[in-house]
Design a protein. Structure first.
Length: 310
């Protein structure tokens, strides 16, 4: 499969970002059925065995949907943490190869051998970056697409303007570019294309869906949050990321009394990043309700098509 073939199969040039402890089988399947590329982190399976079970469930549900509806669901993707601190990388990559995962998204390392292994069975590799030098390394590794994680993205994010980051990546890479960072609407997806991106990469909005694994309280926190409620810090997880301020405060940390650099020390490990201290991007400012994935995608398609006429 080529990037162009992938794009033709999508109803919308959109990838639903893989979110730790949020993206599960149901979210991925419903996204693919709706015509956008659903993804999930391999580490959302507690073990490689659990990860394999998730792959089996996704394959089974998508095949059942195709058999009963006559419609072909779009491909899905898996996020692999390609770093020596991840002891599962070899086993999880082997499972991606075994199940011929259509799209593999790599993080924290662009490794040529991983890219070649995925290419060998016809899969695509996208790699997320926040800086030009990371993009250069990804290009050297032979990835098919680079995810420009700009300011305002949920989870681990950069601080660069999306305009500048896309332009800088394009100066060193002629493959597909996916733009992440505060995207919420169909108009945003169209704007990403006009900026030079091939796909939009959206996560936060899909946390607030019935099919995500996020708790009802997490989803409500998104509804209640705005840009000013999102705190960017590396103290919670060790890598700079955006988190919801109220969940940091709920962990017992008084933001009026301490600096961001003191979060992890004062927390004493009682509250865990992602599980107790929840992440979100600036896209939270548009969320006012919990929806089904299908309804969310349909709304995005209408907004996108409307924006194309302007």
């Amino acid at each position: 499969m080529t990037v162009q073939e992938l794009k033709k199969r999508l109803q919308l040039p959109l990838v639903v970002a893989p979110m730790f402890l949020v993206s599960g089988v149901q979210l991925v399947v419903e996204a693919c059925k709706a015509g956008v590329l659903g993804t999930f982190p391999a580490l959302n399976g507690r073990t490689s065995g659990d990860f394999e079970s998730m792959l089996q469930d996704i394959d089974r549900e998508l095949k059942a949907y195709e058999a009963t509806s006559g419609a072909s669901p779009v491909p899905y993707g898996v996020n692999l943490i390609v770093h020596n601190t991840n002891p599962r990388i070899s086993a999880d990559l082997d499972l991606c190869i075994k199940y011929r995962v259509p799209v593999v998204i790599t993080s924290l390392g662009a490794v040529k051998e991983v890219v070649e292994a995925v290419h060998a069975y016809g899969g695509l590799v996208f790699h997320d970056v926040i800086k030009k030098r990371h993009a250069e390394k990804a290009a050297e590794a032979g990835v098919d697409g680079i995810i420009a994680v700009s300011a305002g993205a949920g989870g681990h994010a950069g601080t660069a303007s999306p305009f500048a980051l896309v332009r800088e990546i394009r100066s060193v890479f002629d493959g597909a570019i996916l733009l992440a960072g505060g995207l919420y609407s169909g108009q945003d997806i169209r704007a990403a294309e006009l900026m030079g991106a091939d796909f939009a990469y959206m996560g936060t909005r899909f946390i607030a869906t019935h099919e995500s694994m996020a708790s009802p309280a997490y989803k409500q926190a998104l509804i209640d949050s705005h840009i000013d409620d999102i705190i960017y810090t590396d103290a919670v997880s060790g890598v700079a990321a955006n988190f919801i301020q109220q969940t940091i405060e709920r962990a017992g940390i008084d933001l009026r009394a301490v600096g961001e650099e003191d979060f992890s020390k004062l927390n004493n490990g009682q509250a865990k990043a992602w599980k107790d201290i929840w992440s979100a991007g600036h896209g939270t400012t548009g969320i006012d309700r919990v929806t089904h994935v299908s309804d969310c995608v349909n709304e995005l398609i209408k907004q996108y098509e409307s924006a194309k006429t302007i």
